[in-house]
Write a protein that binds this ligand. Sequence first.
Ligand code: GCU
Length: 611
Amino acid sequence: MKRTITTVAAGLACLCMYAGEDLPAPQIINIAARNTVSLDGVWKSIVDPYENGYYDYRLKPLKDGSSYFADKDFDADRTKLYEYNFNTDRDILVPGDWNTQRPQLYYYEGTVWYRKIFRYSPSPDKRTFIYFGAANYETVVGLNGRKIGKHTGGYTPFNFEITGQVRKGDNSLVVKVDNKRRPEGVPTVNSDWWNYGGITRSVEIVEVPMTFIRDYFLQLKKGSSNVAAGWVRLDGEQAEQSVTVEIPELGIAHKVRTDAQGYAAFEFRIRPELWSPENPRLYDVKITSETDSVSDRIGFRTISTKGTDILLNGKKIYCRGVSIHEEKPYGLGGRAWSEEHARTLLGWAKEMGCNFVRLAHYPHNENMVRVAEEMGLMVWSEIPVYWTIHWDDPDTYANAEAQLVDMVTRDKNRANVVVWSVANETPHGPSRLKFLSSLIARTREMDPTRLVSAAMEKDYISGTKVTVKDDLADVVDLISFNQYIGWYDGSPEKCDRMEWTFDIKKPVFITEFGGGAVYGRHGDAGERFTEEYMEDLYRRSIEMFKRIPGLAGTTPWVLKDFRSPRRQIVGIQDDYNRKGLISDQGGRKKAFYVMKEWYEEIKAEEELRTE
Ligand code: GCU
């Protein structure tokens, strides 16, 4: 990882602590609690399919002065030849994918340049970073004519230090975003969702003390409901400081001292009201060092498995879930990003009787996780190691691991996140097993407190006997898999004849099932894409599930119809995957009520059991 850390005396004109040639600085968590200036709003854009602003005609990268990072103003000096001009090019909104902002960009896969001029007045005794909630897929950032770094991956936050580069007055921020799919990418070239490109989440200028609280972890210690464990990491010259962790409502003011690397672990007894879907209790937490302080809202709960049971706070719970893509709940589709989008989508899940959501197939925006935490929805969070990833490519692994690390780093303090998932429907084989086992080990090393799994696939034992035969099942905490009996595999009546058996005694979790229907299209239950077909499929699937030993959770595919270039029947799909229980316009299909009825039954049985 190329990163040179230069030491500067505080108070001098600061140089970057992270003069990263191309890699972002380590992720700063809980951005909402920092001193930030939002750069959201109208930016300028240049659509550049031939990457004319980055390479010369021999495909050699241009020097900063000649690339679009230079942000030259053609009108300022007409004796010069600049064949681009942000000032007269088109507006684009940040955050937001470009596909749904301009009809010409609907299918566009390539580079779009973004430019924002922002006025700033840097404080001499502070450090400054530029933070992106996410940008899909490969992003190169330049400030005031100089390239400062590159990030790969479409769904995780990244930040670059710009201390000493951001200047008093106007600054030119130029961002190159390229959403071309890549065989060696994560995900690879084939996926069943729209390849929305662009700066899809918020952009902030973050100002922090010279030595600041960059990262921290505070959850219940694994296996305990009354001992909190965690750590804090400072970033800056004054690494050794005394730090206090306060939870006023629990009478906690725990002091630690960080070491020469700015790190301190801690552990202390607490007696919290435990977070649960029925009581999503969060506590005000304040972490204070000698030079910085950060406030957060943190919940405490335990999650574990016992045989085939999932235990939340030591009690067996059925995960009444639904899978969700990160797409706006109404209108044109497009990447969801706001708190309002999150409240609508998650409100639909609650309406269906859910206590769990699978945020597929990539880390969603932070609003989705935090709003779900407030609403009492457990979360399955996943990286887009999806289908035919290049298992033998070390760069692909490094990319996947970086996305995993950033997913866990951002959300490890969210009590409602209970499962980290490292893959979806990946083909068996030794390279894949090694790749995923390494990701699982890395996850457990970062966070021993949560369950780790992946969405596997079903296997036939014989004509009507099914199970999951996957070596990965030995390594994960849940036997979680996708199955489409009645849609891709036979018709709904086939559900009636199936027999499920599992050798491994772990909780069984069906991470996908279902079928498609056009909202408002009615007909015979035997006719595909009618609501009646989908309703019948759901009814028979549920009856089949009731016969599965050790079933501990279901996340039907999918909450809402979503865009996918693979769904091409005009008049039926129109570029939408129609397996949504709710249509892209918010229409509840008949199957929605089948799920709602079943989940209400399960909840009532659970309440009876615990009375
Ligand atoms: C797969 C896959 C989903 C996809 C779904 C479908 O299981 O995991 O991403 O959308 O099936 O075919 O609708």
